[in-house]
Design a binder for this molecule. Structure first.
Ligand code: GLN
Length: 471
């Protein structure tokens, strides 16, 4: 069967009756099976659901009904988002047998728009990680270089788009988990503004940082998905009404801020070169590059891991063996909790619960948690000041190229360092995108662009320029 890749391509094929939605779904399911065998990118493949969604769409087409925005498009969903009636593990043994009782709002919206869900993708346990090696269901291999990690925590999502079993994927990004795997696998990934997309039905890691967003092959496809999933939702009080058209005016020339703090120690020279070349290409297309200062950058990672682990220790207290998922019996209540959580959670999850519980404990709250929140305000202030001078800020997504599977597993601090450029956008609630910029040491590297809140359109505009330039 001919290639169905791309949202517009699927639409054209359906409209001209070149193929049916069922044919696309069957082909995508076959590819997902193949992808899984090679890269372990899926935790579950939802054949029945995919075919029933496709059949319902074919019925509509037969009746001559209008085709919705994502009609027939095969999509994969990170296993942290609930899809009604499907298993949802969040990459954890704790939820190995958990079936979602309802659809996440973002999932309901893409279903409504005609997308065909083909499976749930592999991920780091409860989205904690940057390499997918923390999954209870085994690591994912990077389709561009299978002995290397695909990034994380939405590694399965990025792999499923890179190997073309899904046209797009929904992932979540708490500190880089959409952008970093997108960069590592050579696809586009958007973390929207905090509040632009409802988090209802996303299994929480750190609620003040988590955002749902798309991974896709093109900026156009990521934009189309964003338009479908964004907007206010009564189930998420932090979600906002949002009209992308209103914020759409393109600025000419685009002023791109380049912070020197994003090009310092720790940045691999091969990655630096790709990023500098991408910026030069943007400058050639008419953008103006300006130096900006983000002086609090050096503290972002420390503040992120304080806030992240604190919120984790609170959010994950719900897994007590009584309400959700895995349950182990002990002699008494306490030992039942200990047995359930001891077995159900993996090492990284336990590490973060311990760190967060410590940071929030009475004697240390002011020294750690409150201080981290103060740094968070400073980081936000840095961005506000920079955005008085420039429209967007650009730099690397990851300081390093995709590393070998196993290379960093025994060194959590080295793993955390990989997040140095991605966490500031989450701390400040800003939208940010990774767009393929070229290759470093033969491996994909993305250009990271950050915009003011609710100015995703600037990212799409700049992303399209970069994407459509030859290099
Ligand atoms: N790698 C980061 C972490 O481990 C980001 C994870 C994420 O965005 N879900 O916290």
């Amino acid at each position: 069967m001919t290639n169905f890749f791309g949202i517009t391509r699927v639409r054209e094929g359906l409209l001209t009756k070149e193929f049916s939605a069922r044919e696309i779904a069957s082909e995508a399911l076959r590819k997902a099976g193949e992808s899984n065998a090679k890269y372990n990118s899926y935790i579950s493949i939802s054949e029945e659901l995919a075919l029933s969604l496709a059949d319902a769409l074919d019925e509509k087409i037969k009746k001559g009904e209008h085709l919705p925005a994502l009609a027939g498009v095969p999509v994969s969903i990170k296993d942290a988002l609930l899809v009604k009636g499907e298993r949802c593990t969040a990459g954890s043994l704790m939820l190995e047998d958990y079936t979602a009782p309802y659809d996440a709002t973002a999932v309901a919206k893409i279903k409504e728009a005609g997308a065909v869900i083909i499976g749930k993708t592999n991920m780091d346990e409860f989205a904690m990680g940057g390499s997918n090696e923390n999954s209870a269901y085994g690591p994912v291999k990077n389709p561009r270089s299978p002995e290397r990690v695909p990034g994380g925590s939405s590694g399965g999502s990025a792999a499923s788009v890179a190997d073309e079993s899904a046209v797009f994927s929904l992932g979540s990004d708490t500190g880089g988990s959409i952008r970093q795997p997108a960069s590592f696998c050579g696809v586009t990934g958007l973390k929207p503004t905090y509040g632009a997309v409802s988090r209802h039905g996303l299994i929480a890691m750190a609620s003040s940082l988590d955002q749902i967003g798309p991974l896709a092959r093109t900026v156009e496809d990521a934009e189309a998905v964003f338009r479908v999933i964004s907007g206010k939702d009564e189930h998420d009080a932090t979600s906002m009404e949002y009209n992308p058209e209103e914020n759409g005016q393109e600025l000419k020339p685009l002023r791109i801020g380049v912070p020197k703090e994003y090009f310092g120690e720790g940045l691999a020279s091969a990655v630096k070169k790709v990023i500098e070349q991408a910026l030069e290409r943007l400058a050639k297309s008419g953008a103006v590059l300006l130096e900006v200062e983000l002086p609090s950058t050096a503290y972002a990672l420390a503040a992120y891991y304080m806030i992240n682990t604190s919120e984790i220790s609170s959010n994950l207290s719900r897994y007590d063996g009584a309400r959700y998922g895995y349950s182990a019996q002990g002699q008494d209540l306490f030992s039942s909790y200990a047995a359930t959580r001891g077995k159900g959670f993996g090492n990284e999850v336990k590490r973060r619960i311990i760190l967060g519980t410590y940071a929030l404990s009475a004697g240390y709250y002011d020294a750690y948690y409150v201080k981290a929140q103060k740094i968070r305000s400073l980081i936000k202030r840095d961005f506000d000041r920079a955005f008085e001078k420039v429209d967007i800020i650009a730099g690397p997504v990851s300081p390093v190229v995709p590393f070998k599977i196993g290379e960093k597993v025994s060194d959590p601090l080295a793993m955390y360092l990989v997040d140095m450029y991605t966490v500031p956008a989450n701390l400040a609630g800003l939208p940010a995108i990774s767009v393929p910029a070229g290759t470093a040491e033969g491996l994909p590297a993305g250009l990271h662009m950050i915009a003011p809140a609710f100015r995703e359109n600037l990212l799409f505009a700049a992303g399209k320029i970069l994407q459509n330039m030859q290099y």
